[in-house]
Design a protein around this ligand. Structure first.
Ligand SMILES: N[C@@H](CCC(=O)N[C@@H](CS)C(=O)NCC(=O)O)C(=O)O
Length: 201
């Protein structure tokens, strides 16, 4: 059986959990206390040398890590990953955007708010990351103004990747009120069959 190394609060872990539920694939979930070093033990580093969740143990005993690589693998051959080459590339484009322009800002600010530490680094970086987070939301808003989903007119792993931290951005103090298209898209994503909340393991 698939085994997911995870942390409930994590949007990156949630991407995988959500897709596994929507694919109706059974899995065992192992919760790691990442704020107390559980992802940096020698045992876990032998599974993911980068010391981060999510990591997925496959049926053959090998491991796959990086949330977007995991959901790509799981979605391949299903309606959650477009089949046309250009649509696949567009899904990858939005997933790269998520990892470079969105997650490092919106997810990091959320984690800093949820687990506060008064350091010089954070004092300097918080407003910068907030500004970059809003810039990413603006890109999403522009794209979604005349579209229901990110790629090819249908719900896909590009939506899952971007939904994970957008729908909890308010927990990091982001105000999404004026992002009308993003809000409408959040509702559409949450209305998909077999959707689960981030709080469900
Ligand atoms: N790019 C990675 C990011 C993974 C990541 O940052 N995981 C965090 C939780 S969201 C983590 O495990 N942090 C624990 C640590 O750094 O020790 C992905 O998308 O999977």
């Amino acid at each position: 059986m698939l085994r997911l190394y995870d942390f409930l609060e994590s949007g990156n872990g949630y991407k995988v959990r959500l897709l596994l539920h929507q694919l109706q694939r059974p899995f065992e979930r192992i919760q790691l206390d990442i704020y107390n070093g559980a992802s940096r033990t020698p045992e876990f580093l032998s599974k993911n040398p980068n010391g981060r969740i999510p990591a997925l143990e496959l049926e053959d005993g090998s491991y796959l890590w990086e949330s977007n690589a995991i959901i790509w693998y799981l979605a391949d051959g299903t309606p959650f990953l477009p089949s046309k080459p250009l649509d696949r590339a567009r899904a990858l484009q939005w997933m790269c955007f998520e990892q470079y322009s969105h997650e490092p800002n919106i997810a990091t600010v959320r984690s800093w708010v949820m687990h506060p530490k008064d350091t010089e680094d954070r004092r300097v970086m918080m407003p910068i990351k907030r500004e970059f987070g809003y810039a990413a939301l603006k890109v999403m808003e522009g794209h979604l103004k005349d579209r229901d989903f990110f790629v090819g007119g249908a719900y896909s792993i590009a939506d899952i990747a971007l939904y994970a931290y957008t729908h909890v951005a308010h927990e990091g103090g982001f105000d999404l009120k004026s992002y009308k298209a993003v809000n409408a898209w959040l509702k559409r994503v949450a209305g998909q069959p077999r959707h689960i909340p981030i709080t469900k393991g």
